[in-house]
Structures are given as C-alpha cells and as structure tokens.
Ligand binder design. Structure first.
Ligand SMILES: Cc1cc2nc3c(=O)[nH]c(=O)nc-3n(C[C@H](O)[C@H](O)[C@H](O)COP(=O)(O)OP(=O)(O)OC[C@H]3O[C@@H](n4cnc5c(N)ncnc54)[C@H](O)[C@@H]3O)c2cc1C
Ligand SMILES: NC(=O)c1ccc[n+]([C@@H]2O[C@H](COP(=O)([O-])OP(=O)(O)OC[C@H]3O[C@@H](n4cnc5c(N)ncnc54)[C@H](O)[C@@H]3O)[C@@H](O)[C@H]2O)c1
Length: 463
C-alpha cells in the first residue's frame, strides 16, 4: 500500500496545531495531525485550564473570610481536599480532550496519536507510518527549561505540579515570572507556606515597573515570602524533605517540594528539523518570517515553538493568520497577527494582573512626551470585608496624540476588565475618549475612565 498523502500535516495537537488543522480542513484541505500526548496540548492539559481551576479553588480561602465579614457563619471551619480538586481538574481536562477529538473528527482531520518526526522533504515519520504532505506545520509547543543546577532532578516543574502528592506544606519556587507568581498564589491560597526565590529585584520581568513593585507588595501581603536577589546554589535532600541551598551562603530554605519556574524552551528536540536543515535560534526556536514560513518553502511553524510570546491566544491567532493565507477564500479578509505590544495578557496570581499595551518604560523610550495616570485604592468590597487588599490601575498616554498606549492593573477581575479595554486601545482610543465615557457605578473598572490627575513628572512612578 502506498504512503498516505495530505495537503497539510500538522505536528502537535495543542492550541495552535488543532486550530490550524481544523480551519484548513474546513477550507477543503486534506489534513492530518500528530499528537504524541493528549489533545489540547499544554494549555488544556498542563497549563491555562488546570491552572485556572486551581486558581478558582485558591481564591476561596479569601472568599470564606470575606463571607464571614459579611454576615455568614460556618459551624465548622472549611476543609480543603487536595485529592478532590485534583480529580475535578482531571475530569474537566478529560472532557476537553474529548471535545478536541470530536472537533477534529467533525472537521475531517486524520489524527495520528503518535510522535512525528520530519524525515525528508515533505515527508513525515509518525509512529510506524510514513506520510507525505505538500505542507508541514510544526506546532510542537515548548517544554519547561531546567537550569544547570546541582540537585535539579529533585525539583519538579509545572508539568508535575498538578498531580503532586501529597500536598506540600512548604513549597519553594525558583523564578518569579508568570508561573512562579501564579503558583505562589495558588499554593498559598490552598494553605501551603510559599517562598519564592529569584535573581532580580522584582518579580515579573517585562511588566510595567510600577506594577511589578506593587505586585511584590501585594504577594507579600498575602503571606508569600518573596526573596529577591537570591540565586540558588543547589537543591538537596534534608531528612525526609528537601532544602534549597543559596548561592550567597544564606540559611538553606527547607521545602517539601521545589518548583522550577525558570521559563520554557521551544520543543524542537527530536523533530528531525536538523535532517532537513531548518534554521533554529540559540534556544532552539524555529526561525520563521512574518508569515510563519521557515527557511524551507514547504515547512511552517507557529506557537510556542517559534519562541515569540508563549500565550494560547497568540498561537490561535497565528494559526488563523497562516491558514487564511494558505487556504483562505480569495477576496475574503485575512486575519493578521498583531504587533507584540498589542497582545493583552494576564497573570492569574492573587489579586490578578491584567496588562495591555506599552509599559511606562517602553512608552518613554518610544514617545517624546508621556503622561501617566495612576490610582491605588481599596475597593468597596475589600473595605467592607475589613481586608487591606489594594488595587492598582495605571494608564500610560502619549501626550502628543492623547492616545492611550497602555493599561496595567492588579485588582480583582483585572484580566476580565483589561480584555474589554484592549479593544479600545487597539482602536486607538484617546484619553479624552476614556474621560468622556460614562462610568458604571459602583464598580472597580469605573476607575479606568475616572482618572483625571496626571502623575506629575517629579513624582513619576518609575523608580
Ligand atoms: C503552567 C502554564 C500555565 C499557562 N497559562 C496560560 C494562560 O493562562 N494563558 C495563556 O494564554 N497561556 C498560558 N500558558 C501558555 C500556553 O499554554 C501556551 O502558550 C500554548 O499552549 C502554546 O500552544 P502551542 O500550540 O504552541 O503548543 P502546545 O499547546 O504546547 O502544543 C504542542 C503539542 O505538540 C505535541 N508534540 C510535541 N512534539 C511532538 C511530536 N514530535 N509529535 C507529535 N506531537 C508533538 C505536544 O505533546 C503538545 O501537545 C501557560 C503555560 C503553562 C506551562
Ligand atoms: N497567564 C499566562 O498567560 C501564563 C501563565 C504561565 C505561563 N505562561 C507562558 O509560559 C511562559 C513560561 O512561564 P515561566 O514563568 O516559566 O517563564 P517566565 O519567563 O515568565 O519567568 C521565568 C523566571 O525564571 C527566572 N529564571 C530564568 N532562568 C533562571 C535560572 N537559571 N535561575 C534562576 N532563575 C531563572 C527568570 O528570571 C524569571 O523570573 C511565560 O513566559 C508565558 O509566556 C503564560
């Protein structure tokens, strides 16, 4: 029997790969997809979705306290059951795996539940089969990066965290990026004593400096121990538990579990890309142009594997843009991928962060005159519940054009609020337009359209 032939062969059934396969099949292309693990990829199985489920659970710790302040009483203290949360998460992930399988099947995509490797020009080896395709799309995602560190094998990554047993009373997290901050809040909320060790002076590299400072205070205010400027020397066994030895010689930090949250790298190892001579970056990212073409005319790549912004909606948008270009109807508008700074993003720590557009620092580098509006306050909900939790909302404006360049928030529901304002920023809304928008009262979000006093230059929020 001759080898199967397709128009498009997709390697990886995660956010980007599934979207590309379905859209291309709907346009009439003969499409196959290989997935070595579970359909849905990182986001569904080991990322956004299970993380958000755990985050919902963690937020209840504060909600119970608030409830008590608002007149509720419980005859017994609420008890948390880690195994039950894990099971609920596993059930939901399994449901989503089935949804993805159904969507692919309904679109007519042939799914190979196996690891794929590029073997030669327009040829892929998948399990025992050899398959030919006019085009091959690499959407293989990324994997946790483990730094050279003595005892690193004793630590876990976010991949293992979801099924960790038993629940760690003391969790030490190395790295204070997205994953470090999100899991610090989750495990702290669920009752662990959490310590975050990081090299820099503030968490969340790349975010607005003022927001980062505020975030450090907010996380510490929730009982998380933050240790900036603390490089790690080694992870070692200590009695029945672990300890993290510090490179600066400080007292070792005891732990029941150590989480490496030190970034992710494109998952290009073993894909056979070297055999066909595709250009990779130093970190292993597949090099593509603005239209996701590699150095070979039949090979494309999208998502985390190209080493740009590692976010699900980015992979989804890249998939749509690519398929529109390759298989779209003539005359119909093509979707395009945005400029990176237009991508809204959230960190689901507690309180959560929502951010879109330029940070104050980036705005000052690119624009002659920048105005900053900043509001830090205690929300009605927290005031009435007797909580000290504060919210930060910050607008960055180009003074020359009055255009709002950035919105950065750390507040309850910040990700939900920022999603809406991202449309306004993309549409080029001015500060005057924000000012002329009627507020919704009483809300936290109304503050975004009520800020009138520019932070005076001497009092700039940038350190
Ligand atoms: C803990 C965590 C939380 C996150 N939270 C968020 C969030 O809240 N919001 C957000 O936007 N993003 C979040 N992300 C990032 C998001 O998950 C990724 O950006 C997104 O999944 C990337 O999609 P992708 O299609 O590029 O890769 P993936 O979704 O990783 O899919 C790649 C797939 O390819 C498969 N594969 C790899 N090699 C092969 C091969 N040779 N053959 C066959 N199959 C192969 C893998 O098994 C995997 O299923 C999170 C990530 C992590 C780790
Ligand atoms: N809410 C979301 O959208 C979300 C959530 C989780 C992950 N993600 C995506 O996944 C990516 C990976 O997340 P992440 O938190 O692992 O990466 P990150 O890049 O956000 O943070 C990595 C952290 O590790 C530190 N680090 C790097 N190398 C180190 C070393 N050798 N020793 C000590 N510290 C080191 C960095 O200084 C930084 O604090 C994110 O960049 C993001 O794109 C998104």
């Amino acid at each position: 029997m001759s080898d199967p032939r397709f128009d498009l062969f997709v390697i990886g059934g995660g956010s980007g790969g599934v979207r590309a396969a379905r859209l291309a099949a709907k346009q009439g292309a003969r499409v196959a997809l290989a997935e070595a693990g579970r359909l849905g990829g990182t986001c569904v199985n080991l990322g956004c979705i299970p993380k958000k489920i755990y985050s919902y659970a963690a937020h209840h710790a504060a909600a119970f306290e608030e409830a008590a302040a608002l007149g509720w009483h419980f005859d017994t203290a609420p008890q948390f059951d880690w195994a039950r949360l894990q099971q609920r998460r596993a059930d939901e992930v399994a449901r989503l795996n089935a949804v993805y399988a159904r969507l692919l099947s309904e679109a007519g995509v042939t799914v190979y539940p196996a690891r794929a490797r590029v073997e030669a020009t327009q040829t892929v080896r998948v399990g025992e089969a050899r398959v030919h395709a006019e085009r091959v799309l690499v959407a293989a995602g990324s994997a946790p990066y483990t730094p050279e560190l003595e005892g690193a094998k004793l630590a876990i990554t976010s991949n293992e965290l979801f099924d960790l047993q038993p629940f760690p009373s003391r969790l030490v997290i190395i790295g204070a990026g997205y994953i470090g901050c999100e899991f610090a809040s989750i495990f702290s909320g669920l009752g662990a004593r959490v310590t975050v060790l990081y090299r820099g002076d503030l968490p969340l590299d790349g975010f607005d400096h003022d927001l980062r400072r505020f975030a450090a205070q907010a996380l510490a205010g929730k009982g998380i121990t933050l240790r900036p400027g603390t490089p790690v020397g080694a992870i070692e066994r200590a009695g029945g538990a672990l300890q993290v030895r510090l490179a600066n010689g400080g007292e070792p930090v005891p732990a029941d579990a150590v989480l490496l949250a030190t970034g992710r790298r494109p998952a290009t190892a073993g894909l056979g890309l070297d055999t066909v001579g595709v250009a990779l970056s130093e970190t292993g990212a597949v090099q593509v142009d603005a239209e996701f073409r590699t150095s070979l005319p039949w090979l494309y790549a999208i998502g985390d594997v190209i080493g740009r912004q590692a976010l699900t909606p980015v992979a989804l948008m890249q998939a749509a843009a690519l398929v529109d270009r390759l298989y779209g109807c003539p005359g119909r508008a093509r979707r395009e991928m945005h400029e990176e700074h237009e991508v809204p993003t959230a960190v689901f720590c507690d309180p959560p962060i929502g951010s879109v557009g330029l940070t104050e620092q980036a705005a000052r580098e690119r624009h002659d005159a920048v105005a900053v509006y900043r509001s830090e306050f205690r929300s009605l909900r927290h005031a009435v519940a007797g909580s000290d939790e504060r919210a930060l909302i910050k607008l960055v404006v180009d003074k020359t054009t009055d255009r709002v360049l950035g919105l950065h928030m750390m507040a309850p529901e910040a990700p939900e609020i920022v999603q809406g304002f991202a449309v306004a920023l993309k549409a080029g809304a001015t500060k005057a337009l924000f000012d002329s928008t009627v507020a919704v009262h009483p809300t936290l979000a109304e503050e975004v359209v009520l800020m009138r006093d520019e932070v005076c230059k001497g009092g700039s929020s940038v350190a």
